[in-house]
Design a protein around this ligand. Structure first.
Ligand SMILES: [Zn+2]
Length: 440
């Protein structure tokens, strides 16, 4: 088995377009790392309000002077051509050419990643410096691309649980020659699944989807409508290998148990971790899962620079969507820290349940020998009685943790002690014990 960084080194430079041979090649390689089902959706297939795109291939693309001096060449970097650019060959005047050239918004040395999946025009990308050197009146443009019927592919790794209700992890494999967005999420998700497969069978079923951004989620969901009612939560993984801190974006339904458990678990593994509302940190495939008619509470985990500063030009990270998003900006250590965070979240989600009291009144603590060592569990020691008074069959472990602002793991340890003394039990459904609760 390859390490996460090993897989990145192998696969990052491939031109992983939405539907393309090099995307397929990368997915095929990942399928050697974990048991994977590959779902196939043909170009032209309707997917709710969308249509699966054609396969796009760039055979050659360059810009040269009329006397044959190459100014830019896709052979030097896959980002030199706009993804899904129309083919074009001809001599164009400088003014017209400039309308089809794209540069990075602020860094003069970077080639930007530009995609025109649905606009249908031709275009090339280059550095600001390269554009500045274009001082002739006319240039020759050669873009040899082809559009043909192909197959969109979604990889799915499943860890079966005791119940069919499933928690969805997802990451996107598209984006030519880029790493943090989002090959980093792909390798983290894959490693999480490899570890879950080694553990004892979880309660929920876990599904990890590797897909081309947006259209991959819509295609998969539209072809698995029967599974949607059983999807009880999810987490989109993106941009997890760089040096920024972790940021967890809540789902469209922030009160969901998925939100409660993941948020409370993050507090335990990364107290500095940032938590922000839906659509305020990063926008990606979690939108398709949270959308009307689907409504799966899917959160999103990423490493984002200044997550609280929506206007910062360096968001989500300085190398985003450019030729600088290379293996040099990610590390095995950061990927492992992200993986361990995701594992802690998954574990919390899997354990989370309503705490049902068997006691009435406040427990005679010294009589029951309930003593929380503050050295082992300081939050628990401080909060023992606050936790106890919330054990009434209407609060989950995660909800108790969030009400008290302490980690899921701290509450879990206390509840485990109560449970050992038979003071409480755990239930996957709400079991109110308030004698005033009318059961209608
Ligand atoms: Zn992107």
């Amino acid at each position: 088995m390859s390490t996460m960084m090993g897989l990145i080194d192998e696969l990052w430079y491939l031109a992983r377009e939405l539907v393309s041979d090099e995307y397929d090649q990368a997915l095929q390689r990942l399928a050697e790392e974990a048991p994977m089902t590959i779902h196939k959706y043909p170009s032209g297939m309707p997917a709710w309000t969308w249509t699966v795109p054609e396969k796009w291939t760039c055979h050659e693309a360059y810009l040269e002077t009329l006397d044959g001096r190459r100014m830019i060449d896709r052979a030097d970097h896959p980002l030199h051509v706009v993804s899904y650019s129309l083919p074009f060959e001809g001599v164009v005047g400088r003014e017209e050419l400039l309308e089809h050239l794209h540069v990075h918004p602020y860094d003069p040395d970077l080639i930007p990643f530009v995609f025109k999946y649905y606009q249908r025009e031709w275009g090339l990308c280059l550095t600001q410096k390269q554009r500045g050197a274009l001082d002739e009146d006319q240039y020759r443009v050669v873009i040899r691309t082809s559009f043909e019927p192909g197959t969109l592919k979604v990889g799915e790794v499943i860890v079966p649980g005791e119940v069919e209700d499933s928690f969805i992890l997802a990451a996107h494999l598209c984006h030519p020659a880029q790493v943090n967005d989002d090959l980093s999420g792909v390798v983290v998700g894959l490693d999480v699944m490899r570890r879950l497969l080694e553990r004892k069978k979880p309660h929920y079923t876990y599904r990890f989807l590797i897909l081309p951004e947006t259209i991959g989620s819509v295609a998969y969901l539209s072809q698995h409508e029967d599974l949607i009612p059983k999807m009880v939560g999810g987490l989109f993984l993106e941009m997890l290998g760089n040096d920024s801190g972790l940021a967890l974006q809540q789902s469209f339904m922030p009160e969901s148990q998925s939100d409660q458990a993941l948020t409370a678990a993050l507090r335990g593994v990364d107290p500095q971790g940032f938590v922000g509302p839906y659509r305020t940190i990063i926008n990606n495939d979690e939108r398709q899962f949270n959308a009307p008619g689907v409504r799966v509470p899917m959160l999103s985990l990423s490493r984002v620079e200044h997550p609280q500063l929506l206007e910062s030009m360096y968001r989500p990270y300085p190398e985003y969507h450019s030729s600088a998003d290379t293996p040099a900006i990610v590390s095995q250590a950061r990927l492992e820290a992200a993986r361990d965070t995701v594992l802690a979240m998954v574990l919390a989600f899997d354990q989370n349940a309503y705490v049902v009291n068997h006691f009435k009144g406040e427990v005679f603590a010294s009589g029951y020998g309930i003593w929380i060592d503050y050295r082992d569990n300081p939050e628990g020691h401080r909060s023992l009685f606050q936790i106890m008074e919330r054990c009434d069959g209407t609060h989950t472990v995660a909800e108790i943790a969030n009400q008290l602002g302490i980690p899921f793991q701290a509450v879990w340890e206390i509840i485990a002690q109560f449970s050992e003394k038979d003071l409480v039990s755990l239930s996957r459904t709400r079991q109110p014990t308030d004698p005033h609760t009318r059961k209608l």
